[in-house]
Design a protein around this ligand. Structure first.
Ligand code: LER
Ligand code: MN
Length: 282
């Protein structure tokens, strides 16, 4: 398991849930604080210079954990379930660019609010059909590039479609693409799911990426979530991917990023020691 922190470009909208802005500076800071990687919030592939990105990562021995696409929705207004095929073609276009970028950096693309919503007058089955149409096309494109797409369950106060891991897993079963998985964000799960650990275990087959924040969306350790329960559940599903700190920056983003890594790193190190010593299932 590796630890990342979310970052964005300087121009990203306030709704980008990132601790730091400015790619180069954030990558250098994250490395200095002891993170293994950064999650890039992008609205299009053209927002970042690939050669520069490669240089910053090489110089700091950092990785990209995932490319996150909330800004495609919040800034460009594009989403998977739009009833207009022209708008769906536009979101596919933007995603193909991001998938090409992910093929070089990290191999993972998140779909949060960009999955879309149940619009007034639309019913759930229509929304699901539109979602599957876009998701299948993009998963098929991503499969050829060895990229995985992860759908994030997001709480009801932000969107009315795919709020719980169970709902995401059911839709992924129907979508039927092996390179499309679930992105579990424990902040949202704390609002929507029953028991965090049980939900992670129940949906373990699909969990491919994890966002961590505490119950108040601050650094883990500053609220009342039980991170031992979460890590124990991740151990039970043999999760060996990223945990990415997606939290509000507060008045002092540097202090928030430091509290998060100081709290989670010893737990992740213990997790990794146990993981290395585990017996392979027969
Ligand atoms: C994004 O990762 C997230 O968790 C949402 O709350 C914002 O879309
Ligand atoms: Mn999240």
């Amino acid at each position: 398991m590796k630890i990342a922190v979310t970052i964005a470009g300087r121009q990203a909208k306030d709704s980008a849930f990132v601790v730091w802005r400015g790619f180069e500076e954030s990558i250098r800071k994250a490395a200095a604080y002891g993170y293994d990687g950064v999650e890039l919030a992008l609205k299009s592939a053209g927002e970042i210079d690939r050669r520069e990105l490669r240089r910053w990562l090489d110089e700091t021995s950092m990785e990209v954990s995932c490319i996150t696409t909330g800004q495609v929705f919040a800034d460009l207004g594009l989403y998977f379930t739009h009833p207009d095929p022209i708008q769906r073609a536009k979101v596919k276009d933007v995603f193909r660019g991001l998938i090409d970028l992910a093929a070089e950096f990290g191999g993972l693309i998140n779909v949060g609010r960009t999955r879309g919503f149940i619009a007034p007058g639309q019913d759930r089955s229509e929304t699901e059909a539109l979602f599957m149409d876009t998701a299948r096309a993009l998963c098929d494109y991503a499969a050829g590039k060895d990229v995985q797409i992860v759908i994030e369950a997001v709480n009801r106060y932000e969107i009315n479609f795919i709020n719980r891991l169970d709902q995401g897993a059911a839709l992924l079963e129907k979508t039927g693409r092996v390179n499309c998985g679930l992105h579990a964000d424990v902040f949202h799960m704390n609002i929507e799911d029953d028991r965090l650990g049980e939900s992670l275990i129940r949906n373990g087959k699909w969990v491919r990426y994890v966002h961590l924040a505490d119950s108040n969306r601050l650094a883990p350790g500053l609220g009342h979530l039980d991170f031992d329960e979460i890590l124990e559940a991740l151990g039970k599903i043999a999760y060996d991917g990223w945990v990415s700190m997606e939290m509000l920056p507060g008045d002092d983003p540097d202090a928030m990023a430091k509290k998060a890594i100081d709290f989670i790193k010893p737990k992740v190190e213990a997790y990794n020691r146990a993981f290395a010593g585990r017996e392979e299932p027969a």
